[in-house]
Design a protein around this ligand. Structure first.
Ligand SMILES: NC(=O)c1ccc[n+]([C@@H]2O[C@H](COP(=O)([O-])OP(=O)(O)OC[C@H]3O[C@@H](n4cnc5c(N)ncnc54)[C@H](O)[C@@H]3O)[C@@H](O)[C@H]2O)c1
Length: 402
């Protein structure tokens, strides 16, 4: 990593105003998309002169210098976090649309912007390129960044095909740089707590996971709801179960989407050995639901992302069979255990802040880190492809290539 210049003219010196960035509204009433750049920038300016930092960097030396490509809906969240983080310095932002860049400059006046992503790739000062563009452009943009020897953080899903993802992973390995995929939910306090509980054996063996992530969602031009929302759920399953699924079956439909395969509602069933999982994703729900039920042999957990305080609830409940008469299967009794419910305290740090910390630390240590690696992203893309194949076949179980 290169040493940092004096920070006087850096993004930290950007001025604040009340401009609200990129607020858009879907045609038929989806939720507006808001960003809180100005509020957090004030926090960053407060912290700006402090000497200490997390992640083993020092303020004057070894800043991780970042370029962001794409500042539509999600990009500004990355921008805000790279500006705020003590370990990173945002040097340049690219977007094809000058209007998007103008909005960013209204908040970060000194930030260099460009309509040509090549300017970011060829900028020798930049160590890490973060890509927040539509999925179909992930591969060509990431490839160029890797070819230039940059570390790369790509938005989920990693790429539009496993062939592309495999190629990017291999290119990163050849170049000796790190490739990350932004699976943001893995960095939430709730999912981290669930992982902790699973690892500590608090839930016992996980028998099933049942997840629903539906709302009146924003239709994407280039991907279906499976590829848009599915990666969130699949990444949680990947983390909690510590493995990839064996098979997937998907029943999906395009009710409003304009092209075949651009499903707007899907029911995805997965087999992980003895554990089964079901994911329901939809852009066509009148209400927003973001809930995961995890059934363990000892306890069960509910993760409700829309809950403010009790996002994770652990239920000390279960059922077991009590055999009365081995000769007569009809006489097998099920005995229930109904114990307490508790809701653990969760870390409320913004997930993207945790993720930027993690990425910066991995790069600082020169180690990929297992949570959001390119290879983990590749595995999820393989599952998405198999889910598509199943949907095209009417829902038959499709084996997932390892
Ligand atoms: N991690 C999350 O929770 C999360 C949430 C939403 C979206 N995303 C992901 O973020 C990515 C972007 O989604 P979005 O909703 O922000 O899309 P968007 O359409 O709102 O924004 C994309 C931006 O990229 C720009 N762009 C496209 N091609 C470009 C190029 N070659 N060079 C420079 N700029 C280019 C566009 O002009 C646009 O401003 C997608 O991969 C999506 O899956 C992730």
């Amino acid at each position: 990593m290169r040493s940092a210049p004096a920070r006087g003219a850096s993004a930290c010196a950007a001025r604040c105003n009340n401009h609200s960035l990129g607020v858009t509204q879907h045609d038929w009433g989806a939720e507006p998309r808001h960003f809180g750049l100005t509020a957090v920038l004030a926090v960053r300016l407060d912290r700006g002169a402090s000497a200490g930092r997390r992640g083993g960097f020092s303020l004057e030396n070894d800043m991780l210098r970042v370029g962001v490509i794409g500042c539509g809906y999600w990009g500004p969240n990355l921008i805000r976090n790279f500006v705020m983080n003590d370990a990173t310095e945002l040097l340049q932002v690219a977007d094809l649309e000058p209007g998007r860049l103008e909005s960013i400059r209204k908040v970060f006046a000194t930030l260099a912007t460009t309509t040509d992503a090549e300017d970011v790739f060829s900028n020798p000062e930049i160590d890490l390129v973060a890509i927040a563009t539509p999925v179909s452009s992930h591969y060509p943009l990431a490839k160029r960044a890797l070819e230039e020897g940059k570390h790369v953080l790509i938005e989920k899903p990693l790429t539009a095909s496993s062939r592309e993802a495999e190629e990017l992973c291999e290119l990163a390995e050849t170049k000796g740089v790190l490739l990350f995929v932004d699976h943001t939910l893995l960095f939430t306090g709730a999912v981290r707590k669930l992982k902790e509980l699973v690892e500590a054996g608090e839930l016992g063996e996980i028998r099933y996971v049942d997840s629903t992530r539906i709302n009146l969602g924003l239709y994407q031009d280039d991907v279906s709801v499976i590829w848009d929302i599915g990666p969130h759920e699949l990444s949680i399953l990947q983390l909690l179960l510590g493995r990839e699924p064996d098979e997937v079956s998907t029943v999906a439909a395009c009710h409003v989407s304009r092209a075949p395969g651009l499903y707007d509602i899907a029911y995805i069933s997965l087999k992980y050995g003895r554990t089964i999982a079901h994911i329901s994703v939809s852009w066509l729900s009148p209400v927003k639901v973001r809930q995961t039920i995890i059934g363990g042999t000892k306890r069960m957990a509910i993760y409700n992302d829309l809950e403010n305080v009790m996002k994770v609830q652990i239920y000390d409940v279960g059922a077991k069979t009590v055999v009365r008469d081995l000769a007569d299967i009809q006489k097998v009794l099920v005995e229930y255990r109904r114990g307490d419910m508790y809701a653990p305290v969760l870390d409320t740090t913004e997930a993207l802040r945790n993720e930027v910390d993690y990425v910066a630390e991995c790069i600082e240590n020169g180690e990929q880190g297992p949570v959001n690696s390119g290879r983990k992203g590749l595995a999820i893309v393989r599952t998405l492809e198999a889910a598509d194949r199943s949907a095209a076949s009417g829902g038959a179980f499709v084996k997932i290539a390892g």
